[in-house]
Design a protein around this ligand. Sequence first.
Ligand code: HEM
Length: 512
Amino acid sequence: YTWPSPQLDALEAARFDAHTGVLLAGVQPCDGFGGLPNTGRSNAADWVRTAYHDMATHNIADGTGGLDGSIRFEEERLRPENPGDGFNNTLAFLSATSNRYISIADSLALAAVIAIETCGGPEIPFRGNRIDATSPNSPGVPEPQQDIDSHIGAFARQGFNKEEMIGLVACGHTFGGVEHQTFPQIVPEMHDPKNKQSVQPFDSTFVTFDNNVATEYMSDTTQNPLVVALNDTFNSDKRIFGSDGNVTMKSFADSPSHFSSTCASLIARMIDTVPKGVQLTDVLEPLPIKPADVELQYDASRIKLSGNVRLWNTPEDDSRSVRLLYTDHLGGTGNLSLVFTGTFDSVGTKYTSAWYAFAPITQDNPFARVDIDPKSGIKSMSFIVNGKLEDQGGVGFAVEDRVMRSTSSCRVGGNISRIDVAVRTDASPLRVYVEELRFVFPHAPTIVEHDVPRPSGSQDQPYTIWSLNLAVPVEIGLMMYHIGAEFAGGVKYSTTSRYSAWASGPICADSQ
Ligand code: HEM
C-alpha cells in the first residue's frame, strides 16, 4: 500500500513495530504475568486462549460470531464455557492497544500473533479491520467434560475439520496449562512457591511454542492435565489427540517444522474467522521505508515538522547516510540529514529495523523539530538512503499541512481548555472540528466531534487560528483528541497525531 493510509499505517506499526506498544512488553519474558514472578501463569497463554474463546462462537452456516471482541461483554465472559480470569487480564492489554484505527478484535488477533512469534513460534500472516461486536455472541466454546462427538461438531461449526481440530488444540496447548482455581476437579493445589497459582502445564516448556506437546504425548511422558487427569471425563485432549488414531499428533512429534508451519496456517485461519460481512485487509507486509510519528505543529507563526523514518530489515551501519527531501506548495524543496536513533527487533528476532529522526534533540531544539516556512508549507517527502532515492515509486510520501494543532492551545482556567487549530487560509475547509476520544473500558475508543467556530476578521496570513473552548472531564483530568476537517467534495482529514488537554496544570499566558 501507499503511505499515508492511517488505518494500515497503524496496523502495520502495531504488528511490525511492536516495541512501541504494550503487547510485546507483556510477553517479554514469555512467562510475564502482571509483573508478578512465579505465578505459573503467563500473558502469552492467556492471549492465545482468549483469541480462541472469542472466535469459538463462530457459526460457519449463518456467518455469525467469530473473532469480533465479543468476549469483552460480561454476559459472554461469565458463561460457564469461559471460566477463569485470563480474559480480563487479556482485555487490559487490548484496551491499551486499541485506538481509533485498531479494534479490540484486531488487538486480540495481534496479541495472539505477537505471543506466538515472540515465544518461539512461527511468523503468522496478520490481516486487520476486524469489527468489534456490539453485543455478545451465542455460546459455543467447547468444554473439557464434553464428549468427542460434541467437540468434532463444535469445531465443524467453527469451520475446522477433525484433523484441523487436533492441530488447533495442539497449537494452542503448547502454551499454558490448567489452573487449580479454575478447574479444581482437574488440578490439585500444589503449594509450590514457584507456581503460586497451581497451574499444571500442558507440556514441559509451557511458555514456549514448540512441539513438546506432541512429543511428550506420543512418548507417554506427558503431564498434560487434559490427557492424564484422574477423572477421565475431563481428558478432552486425550480424546481429541487420539481421534484419528494419533496420525496427526505423530506427524507433529516427528517434525517440529511441520508442527510449526501447520500451526502458522491454523492460527492464521483462527484469527481470520470473523462474522459475515467483515472485510479483512490483505496480509500486512512491512513497508521497506516508512515514515512514523510525522507531525506538524503551528508554533508562533512557524510550522514545526517532526518525525522518524524506519528502514525495514536493515542493520545498524554508522556510515549510512539518510536524508529527508521535501517539496513545498510553491515548487521549492528543502533537505536535511537525519539522525540515527536505534535499531529494534521485530517478529521475534527475525528482523531488525534501523530508525532515523528528522531532527536531533538539542538544548535549542528539545522537541527535535524542523522549521518549515508557513508561506510555502510542505507537500511531500522522500528519503535518500546512501544516495538512493526512496519515494514510493515516484509518488512521494504526502504530508497534509492544511490543518494542524497550534502550540498556543492551552488551559484557560478551571477545566476549560482552549484548542487552537491552525488552518491554511487558502484551504478554506467547510468545517473544522475537535475529535474527542471517549474511552470506556474494555471497548475501543469512540469519537465525539465538536465543531470549531470559524474565526471572523482578517485572513491575510498564510494560516488562520480557529479556537474552541472545551470542558475536560474532571473525573479523568485529561481529554485526548485528534483534529478533523472537511473540505469540498466530502473530503475529510484527521490528524493521525493524538493530542492531550488537561483539566489542571499551567494556564494560558494571556488569561493570567
Ligand atoms: C475442545 C477444545 C478445547 C478445550 C476443551 C480446551 C480446554 C482448556 C482448558 C480446560 C484449559 C485450562 C484453562 C484454565 O485453567 O484457566 C485450557 C487452557 C488453554 N487453552 Fe484450551 N481448550 C480447547 C481448545 C483450545 C484451542 C483451539 C486453543 C488455541 C488455539 C486453546 C488454547 C489454550 C491455552 C493457550 C490455554 C492456557 C491458558 C493459560 O495457561 O492461561 N485451547 N484449555
